[in-house]
Design a protein around this ligand. Structure first.
Ligand code: SIN
Length: 296
């Protein structure tokens, strides 16, 4: 590995660990994700518990809470501690405005989220984070894992010359791309927004790569051919470097909370014709701010 990549990993693995009193936090990898135990999320969290969950979220970016029994109201109440809830686009009549059903059955011909992406990046103010609560896992006992990738590290593992090149560029995120050639219903107002290619996390100040294969159509300052080549290189980098990833193996009644500002995810559909069911609540974020030219 190149020295700059070793330095990037070392910066994370030698960070002073957070200390928690009310929860236990067990990292999934040294670089991304953690299992959190000691909480019953159906109960109102104390200020101290909430503060520790927030610190763990900023340190690990993906938090896994197992064996939770949650109503839709519990799920929304928990999410509301982190920001305003994001209404579901094209919510079915009679369904909850803020709860998106994530469901796959024998009849499915596609599943939500199969492809690297962060939620809602075509919006002017992309999602802060999502909470997915999976209650039914495939009957065969495995499958349907969700993969996550750390976009801070994705940026830091690029060469200094590539980072300098990308800093200051902007890219268009186009909601139509996610429809993969299908026509959305007429009532769907397609979001389309220009965002910095390299952004800064609003809470930690760390730089991150903010382009994804599901929504990013092109880099504004480059020719179409150059843009395609650079985006394809970045998407391959995100998909190809195992140390960027953690993998959540779901058990029934697990809630996972991920940070859409600095993590991408990819649902694995390896269980057809078996079924999987869950509900997702998303939290509104703010407009990403450019990373600037100073060090990561
Ligand atoms: C999503 O993209 O939110 C769905 C993820 C999953 O089903 O694992």
């Amino acid at each position: 590995m190149e020295q700059f990549a070793l330095d990037a990993v070392e910066r994370i693995t030698t960070r002073k660990p957070e200390v928690y009193d009310t929860i236990a936090v067990d990292p999934l990898t040294p670089l991304l994700g953690a299992e959190v135990s000691g909480l019953d999320l159906s109960k109102e969290l104390t200020d101290e518990q909430l503060d520790e969950v927030k610190r763990a979220f900023l340190a690990h970016h993906v938090l896994v809470f197992r064996d939770q029994t949650l109503s839709g109201e519990d799920h929304k109440r928990l999410a509301a501690h982190f920001g305003e809830l994001h209404p579901v686009a094209l919510a079915a009549d009679g369904s909850d405005e803020f709860i998106l059903e994530i469901s796959a059955t024998r009849e499915s011909r596609a599943v939500a989220g199969a492809g690297w992406h962060a939620d809602g990046t075509a919006d002017a103010e992309p999602s802060l984070g999502s909470m997915l609560y999976i209650t039914r896992t495939p009957e065969i006992g495995s499958g349907g894992d969700t993969l996550f990738a750390n976009m801070h590290l994705a940026y830091e593992l690029l060469s200094p010359a590539m980072r300098t090149f990308l800093d200051g560029l902007t890219a268009v995120h186009d909601g139509l791309l996610a429809w993969q050639g299908q026509t959305p219903p007429p009532e769907y107002v397609v979001p389309r927004t220009e965002h910095p290619v390299v952004a800064r996390h609003p809470e930690t100040g760390r730089k991150l790569l903010f382009v994804n294969g599901a929504y990013t159509s092109h880099i504004v300052q480059l020719s179409r051919d150059e843009s395609r080549a650079v985006l394809d290189m970045l998407f391959a980098h995100i998909a190809r470097v195992p140390m960027l990833n953690c993998r959540v193996r779901w058990t029934p009644n697990t809630l996972v909370f991920w940070d859409n500002r600095c993590v991408q995810h990819h649902a694995t559909w390896d269980y057809y014709p078996h079924s999987r069911y869950g509900q997702r609540v998303a939290i509104n974020g703010h407009r990403p701010q450019p990373g600037g030219t100073v060090a990561p």
